[in-house]
Design a protein around this ligand. Structure first.
Ligand code: EPU
Length: 449
């Protein structure tokens, strides 16, 4: 198991390029199950979660060819996919338990084959993560759904002994914490091949849903309203192949923005989806960061220079996580790390995953002043953090600890960085190019002195 050793206190400076988005790429890869023609996806990041999806798809009859090195200027690889065999439609527990996002094969398989069996994802370190809205949405389209042996089995009823089709319907996807991103992806993908019109109300508005809609439209789907809470889909009989480039990762970009502020650095972020990060940029500006945005005609692929707060120091702020376009839950932990060094008290409230606070205890071990009550943490800014051995507990909590380590005095040892590798492509290499003193250590090797 790898760990990071970070010697903090360096101001990060330089340029980096954002990779393709993990959370956009996962449903795009699953959408290859909707067609019998070849699909090409570009700028696919080299991450543990992507590898899990690329291991799952061949089990479902989709051939996968992943070329990691390409000659264009985008950092990610190219994946060629081709679904040639529809006889096996079971996503087994061995893979689903390593990655919850495996659930996004459910809608595409059901729509094209009339049958999908996907192991029900289990518990998760960031809190309870039910899939009731996915199930309700697909049932509204006419699927029969049963839970059996830990699997969700979804079937399209046969008509007069012949394979049937999903039927368009009005589907409401709001739950107690807002909409559902992967639930919207599942229902929207399934509805592309349904008979008639589907209207998804309270759809997720995240940029990853817009990217999926753009790809499905290029495949021949008829979708309008993606990016708004109401998406309309007019079903078609079949979808064709496509060549599509995934959007850049807004959470990776947002994490490096925090790195600039917490180290009082100066980082220029290329291929930056600034348009998808307005709430985060707003909060960081209030906390003292200075932004220069050159959108180069495409605000989803801007160059963004982020400079720290200088002698004024980081200012305290309030932030509440919300569905897009509100402040994203996936940047809550990273922003909290940044605010530990603010000049006063900040208030951080988590409204999407109300138990997503495993980083609080670890940050406290580094000297942060944190007081949690329910979904809210009061962050009393301290003058300094002190390096300590800490434990990464989930993907974004790990990134938060890396940020804290970059700013802390002394050495921070972050154990279990495999969590980080699920969502950040070789983060330590990027940080080194920005001047950080960070090393990946394999636990079997003796630690560097
Ligand atoms: N929810 C329900 N019922 C459902 C589905 C969700 O009540 O059927 C609740 C969840 O418990 C949560 C809220 O709705 O409180 C939102 O969950 P959502 O379904 O939107 O989450 P997701 O689609 O499973 C994606 C991202 C997460 C990100 C969330 C919220 C992917 C692969 N994952 O998950 O990303 O936090 O949306 O924006 O796209 C991460 O990258 O670190 C990560 C966890």
């Amino acid at each position: 198991m790898d760990r990071f050793d970070i010697r903090g206190g360096t101001r990060l400076a330089g340029r980096m390029t954002v990779h393709g988005s993990k959370n956009a790429a996962l449903p795009l890869l699953a959408a290859a199950l909707l067609t019998d023609e070849p699909v090409v996806l570009r700028d696919i990041p080299d991450l543990a979660d992507i590898k899990s999806m690329l291991a799952l798809l061949p089990k479902l009859g989709c051939t996968v060819d992943h070329q990691r090195v390409t000659d264009n200027e985008l950092p990610g690889g190219v994946v060629n996919l081709h679904t040639t065999d529809t006889s096996v439609s079971h996503a087994p527990y061995e893979i689903v338990r390593t990655m919850r996002a495996s659930i996004c094969v459910l809608g595409p398989m059901l729509a094209r084959r009339g049958l999908a069996r996907v192991s029900l994802p289990g518990g998760c370190s960031i809190g309870e993560r039910p899939v009731d809205l996915h199930i309700r949405g697909l049932q509204a389209l006419g699927a029969d759904i049963t839970l059996d042996g830990g699997d969700i089995t979804a079937r399209v009823p046969r008509v007069n002994g012949k394979p049937g089709r999903l039927r368009g319907a009005r589907v409401f996807l709001g739950g107690p914490f807002g909409s559902t991103v992967l639930g919207t992806a599942n229902v929207m993908s399934a509805a592309t091949l349904a008979e008639g019109r589907t209207i998804i109300e309270c759809a997720a508005c995240e940029p990853e849903i817009v990217d999926l809609a753009n790809m499905l439209t290029a495949m021949g789907a008829r979708i309008s309203g993606a990016g708004s809470p109401r998406i309309t889909i007019d079903g078609v009989e079949r979808l064709k192949g496509v060549d599509h480039t995934v959007i850049p990762d807004r959470i990776e970009a947002g994490t490096y923005m925090c790195a600039a502020l917490i180290t009082n650095g100066d980082i220029t972020i290329d291929n930056c989806p600034a348009d998808a990060l307005m709430a985060h940029i707003d909060r960081l500006q209030h906390a003292g960061a200075h932004f220069t945005i050159d959108d180069k005609g495409d605000p989803m692929r801007a160059s963004v220079r982020v400079q720290g707060a200088g002698s004024r120091g980081i200012q305290p702020i309030e932030v509440t996580t919300q569905p897009h376009p509100g402040f994203p839950t996936d940047l809550q932990a990273q922003l909290m790390a940044t605010l530990t060094l603010a000049d006063g008290n900040s208030v951080v409230t988590e409204r999407i995953f109300t138990e997503r606070f495993l980083h609080v205890a670890e940050l406290s071990r580094m000297g942060a002043g944190l007081f949690r009550q329910g979904p809210t943490v009061v962050v009393s800014g301290v003058r300094r953090l002190v390096g300590a051995p800490v434990m990464a507990s989930d993907l974004r909590a790990s990134a938060c600890l890396v940020l804290a380590g970059l700013a802390a005095e002394g050495t921070t040892q972050i154990n279990r960085v495999y969590h980080l590798d699920r969502g950040y492509q070789r983060m330590e290499e990027t940080l080194v190019t920005l001047g950080a003193v960070i090393e990946r250590v394999n636990e079997k090797e003796p630690a560097a002195s």
